[in-house]
Write a protein of this length. Structure first.
Length: 291
């Protein structure tokens, strides 16, 4: 209610008249008088004095007017920002693969539409991202998983993400058009870190089919994995988007891994209880419209 009183006070100060302020604001003059009286009671000071037909500011009124103008400006700005969600921070939790190889062009498109929204990327594995979304530590999560469901979260599939076995060009698998689980028998595997969903899938499939393999290296860094494969130290399972540059240069080959459980999708998750800001909806629209 005090915003209304401050607005009335500004109009009286502007025109030096209760009558003109009442006409401008569409109030009865008695209402203008009552509002100024309540404002004076709130501040414990006389704000306006009558000189002939004109109302003039007291020293206290002069001081308050400066604050009233700034408060009113900030109030109007806040309404614009909140309604448009054109400013603020959008925190995104995602895995390294998607942060490096999927998100950049979408972030560029988002920046053009929302130049004042600050994007903060929180890297982690899927369990960390899911928990962060539930706890509100990040606004949204982008994960790479089989179709994901959780009673606390809404999930949107953005696109299917093909997984491939990568190998050096002179590897025996290089000439195949597809790789099946039995083809991995006795191969030297280079794996991503524990907690990676497609690593867990691969190990589960190998164990379920009783396929023996050699675990040569484990890395939490995709570039290290790709470099080791390039040098012929083993083979690895990675999303195809993560190896596009190496494929273009002919440094490695990529063969589709064929198995019913090897269906992974880039998915956006958000807590069901979270408010869908315009900034979030704009981000979802950009991701959904650029598969």
């Amino acid at each position: 209610m005090e915003m209304t009183y401050l607005r009335t006070f500004r109009e009286v100060a502007k025109y030096g008249s209760y009558t003109r302020a009442a006409e401008t604001l569409g109030y009865a003059q008695s209402s203008i008088t009552a509002q100024i009286q309540k404002l004076e009671e709130s501040y414990g000071a006389v704000l306006l004095e009558r000189f002939g037909r004109t109302m003039k500011l007291t020293m206290a009124g002069e001081a308050l007017l400066q604050y009233a103008n700034e408060i009113y400006r900030l109030h109007e700005e806040s309404k614009e920002v909140v309604s448009q969600q054109s400013k603020g921070t959008l925190a995104i939790g995602t895995i390294e693969t998607l942060a490096a190889f999927y998100l950049p062009p979408h972030l560029q498109a988002y920046r053009r539409q929302y130049p004042d929204v600050n994007i903060v990327i929180h890297p982690g594995n899927e369990p960390f991202i899911i928990e962060s979304v539930k706890e509100g530590a990040v606004d949204i999560g982008i994960i790479l998983d089989p179709p994901f469901t959780d009673p606390e979260l809404d999930s949107t599939i953005l696109r299917e993400e093909p997984l491939v076995i990568i190998a050096s060009p002179d590897h025996k698998l290089a000439g195949q058009t597809e790789v099946h689980v039995e083809d991995l028998a006795h191969e030297s595997l280079i794996l991503t870190e524990d907690g990676c969903t497609y690593r867990a899938m691969l190990l589960k499939v190998l164990k379920g089919n009783q396929v023996s393999y050699n675990l040569s290296y484990e890395f939490g860094n995709l570039e290290a994995i790709k470099q080791c494969v390039t040098y012929g130290l083993g083979i690895a399972l990675l999303p195809r988007i993560a190896v596009a540059e190496e494929l273009r240069k002919g440094q490695i080959v990529a063969i589709p891994f064929i198995h019913p459980e090897c269906k992974f999708y880039t998915q956006l998750i958000i807590a069901k209880k979270k408010w869908r800001s315009k900034a979030y909806l704009g981000f979802l629209e950009i991701l959904g419209g650029a598969n």
